[in-house]
Design a protein around this ligand. Structure first.
Ligand SMILES: O=C(O)C(=O)Cc1ccccc1
Length: 311
């Protein structure tokens, strides 16, 4: 693999590939499908790919744990972009298969909570087995290993299948969030609508430790967009916390919150500051009045004037 390639969760025909192709820079890169999220991230760590696009969160069940864990452990990596994609599944079958023929279905584990009700209504006795990705499930149906796969309708042609049912989605407006991950480097400059991701280890049992963590953000008016606990692997009760916060590490209040965390937590891993998908700087400014660096500077100048008797 060449170091300029972008890796992604493959094989060909995943939602991840569709998400990757929405990035303008993907048009100039060779795109290399990988069999799993850890394999895609390891290709980046090994310098075999410049970056990898992987699914990290969906609006139905939250964090995609395999991705969070692969970012939390191993050689550090950083997130440089995010992509949001609305997800609709199709039930892909070998040509000629009818709904009544289907005894087994497959897809990526993150697909299951998004189609569970549909299965209950339409295929109540079916056996579900997980696949490495939705396109991998389609490939397994082509091979005859399962009767049907939930995947993007666009994957049908690649695997010689046909969409028996389309537009399957238990939750309205189900979205999946993907992140473009590279080796650590300076984050892109703030855009005014940014997100910062960190993982925080709080150490052995200490009453109020999680509250202290949250306070570092709350007292500075930093909004949190995701907090997910993950086992550290060191036994029952040992967790770290993956946190997404609004803002950029170069924003004063976000930088100060991270410094606060560094002081109270035994270990903090900075996973990057990057532009938010689907939100503009104007949206953020309207929603978060009083939190920009400029407003901080004005308030601090006013305080200095008060202290000097010049207010
Ligand atoms: O990209 C894919 O096709 C995947 O397998 C990951 C996934 C799973 C569920 C919804 C969106 C993406």
């Amino acid at each position: 693999m060449s170091a300029t390639r972008y890796a992604y969760l493959g094989p060909e025909g995943t939602f991840t590939e569709v998400a990757l192709r929405t990035l303008p820079e993907a048009a100039t890169r060779e795109l290399t499908p990988m069999l799993s999220v850890p394999a895609a991230l390891d290709a980046v760590r090994a310098g075999e790919a410049a970056a990898a696009l992987v699914p990290i969160e969906n609006s139905v069940e939250g964090g995609i744990t395999a991705t969070l864990d692969a970012l939390t452990s191993g050689e550090p990596l950083m997130i440089y972009r995010e992509v949001l994609l609305s997800i609709r599944f199709a039930l892909l079958v070998r040509p000629g298969t009818k709904l009544t023929d289907i005894k087994t279905v497959t897809a990526h584990p993150a697909a299951q909570p998004q189609v569970r009700n549909w299965i209950k209504t339409n295929l109540p006795d079916v056996l579900w087995e997980s696949a490495a990705s939705n396109a991998d499930g389609a490939r397994l149906v082509q091979e005859g290993r399962y009767d049907a796969a939930f995947a993007g309708e666009f994957a049908a042609a690649t695997y010689g299948l046909e969409p028996l049912v389309t537009d399957i989605h238990d939750a309205v407006n189900a979205q999946t969030r993907f992140v473009l991950v590279g080796r650590p480097a300076r984050p892109a400059a703030p855009t005014g609508a940014d997100k910062t991701s960190v993982v925080i280890w709080l150490g052995p049992d200490r009453p109020g430790a999680l509250l202290e963590l949250l306070q570092e953000f709350a007292v500075r008016g930093v909004n949190l967009m995701l907090i997910q606990s993950r086992p550290t692997g060191a036994g029952i009760g040992n967790y770290c916390f993956a946190v997404d916060a609004e803002g950029h590490i170069a924003d004063r209040r976000v930088g100060e919150a991270l410094m606060g965390l560094k002081r109270i937590a035994p270990k903090v891993r900075f996973l990057g500051s990057y532009p938010r998908a689907g939100v503009t700087a104007q949206d953020v400014a309207e929603l978060r009045h009083g939190t920009s660096d400029q407003e901080f500077t004005e308030a601090s100048d006013w305080l200095a004037r008060c202290q000097d008797g010049r207010a």
